[in-house]
Design a binder for this molecule. Structure first.
Ligand SMILES: NC(=O)c1ccc[n+]([C@@H]2O[C@H](COP(=O)([O-])OP(=O)(O)OC[C@H]3O[C@@H](n4cnc5c(N)ncnc54)[C@H](OP(=O)(O)O)[C@@H]3O)[C@@H](O)[C@H]2O)c1
Length: 312
């Protein structure tokens, strides 16, 4: 038996329960992971706020984990090759990662680089693959100058580091208290809030070739539309309705083409993280039993790094 967080009804955190659940033995193509840390993402809460077609509560929570393999299905290898009981791994995208143990498809499980701690590994891939796709869909590359809304957030710091590796200049919005975070990962910080368009213009007088929005406020969208003429070079991960109205790009992990792209970059992001090119700053850890406290803190919108739930 394992302990696992479930949304027992559609709605907010008061409907979540920490319950005992059977862990099925891994079939062919599956492995069981004893979880050390579960990654915490805003989507963990948002995706159970309102009913989803084809799904009925209880809904297991959590999309990414790091831990140790406890069992391997017959004739099964993990995505990075091999895989045996006792190996340290990370897994994304999984269903029900807020658990002490779970059985998952082996194709979503990768060896954990020794240089990466469990909380960092558990938080690498949801933000990292999203950041990668934002850069990919806008087609930016070496020599581009981009405006990044939410540069101090989880997706933001991953965009900063991946852009730096590609030779892209990034001007990124943040609260003034987090300017040091933006600088540390290679960005040039400017403060969000009234007057943002003027500050952004002053930071890059020759203009921006793309705008990447991880925030979704009207301010972020309006400034993107004002400063970047080509709608194919504006992407949001947090304002899908505005994207439909404004004719620019919105991406989400549930879109099949997004899922396929994100799956395809996992191994490369793990390699970058293992080699120290892609850091995952952890702001706080919580015991797994305190998942609701972690999500309540994250909901405030300024976590200052990622949160991890420790299962052991
Ligand atoms: N569509 C997708 O595939 C996808 C994937 C991942 C995440 N998301 C969504 O993307 C968003 C960001 O996720 P995350 O994990 O990066 O969140 P996060 O770590 O909580 O970061 C939040 C960011 O927003 C900034 N911020 C907060 N209030 C702001 C405001 N009023 N104006 C401008 N910036 C503000 C914060 O800056 P300060 O801390 O400096 O104030 C911080 O940079 C969430 O809505 C999440 O649900 C979508």
């Amino acid at each position: 038996m394992a302990l696992s967080w479930m949304a027992t009804r559609w709605g907010d955190l008061d409907g979540w329960e920490f319950v005992e659940r059977e862990v099925p033995a891994p079939a062919q193509g599956e492995v069981t992971i004893r979880v050390s840390a579960a990654g915490v993402n805003p989507a963990d809460r948002k995706h159970v706020l309102s009913p989803r077609p084809g799904t009925t509560p209880p809904v297991p929570i959590g999309y990414e984990v790091a831990g140790v393999i406890s069992a391997v299905g017959p004739d099964t290898e993990i995505a990075s090759g091999g895989g045996a009981a006792g190996d340290a791994v990370l897994a994304f995208r999984v269903v029900g990662g807020y658990a002490t143990e779970l059985t998952v498809p082996a194709r979503d499980v990768f060896a954990k680089p020794d240089s990466l701690g469990f909380p960092e590994a558990a938080n690498l891939l949801l933000a990292g693959t999203t950041a990668s796709q934002m850069l990919h869909v806008t087609g930016v590359g070496s020599g581009d100058t981009i405006l990044l809304h939410g540069a101090s957030g989880a997706v933001g710091v991953s965009v900063l580091q991946q852009a730096r590796a590609l030779g892209i200049r990034v001007v990124g919005t943040a609260s003034e208290a987090r300017f040091d975070v933006v600088r540390r990962f290679g960005g040039e910080p400017i403060e969000y809030g009234p007057g943002l368009a003027d500050r952004a213009k002053a930071a890059a007088p020759r203009g921006y070739t793309a705008a990447l929005d991880t925030v979704g406020t009207d301010e972020a969208v309006d400034v993107s539309l004002e400063l970047v003429a080509d709608r194919n070079r504006i992407v949001t991960i947090a304002a899908a309705d505005r994207a439909t109205d404004g004719g620019f790009i919105a991406i989400g992990g549930n879109q099949p083409e997004s899922a396929a792209y994100r799956d395809s970059v996992r191994a490369d992001l793990i390699r970058m993280a293992g080699e120290g090119e892609l850091e995952v700053p952890i702001a706080r850890t919580y015991p797994l039993a305190e998942a609701v406290e972690a999500l309540t803190f994250l909901r405030e919108g300024h976590p200052g790094g990622k949160l991890a739930l420790l299962a052991e």
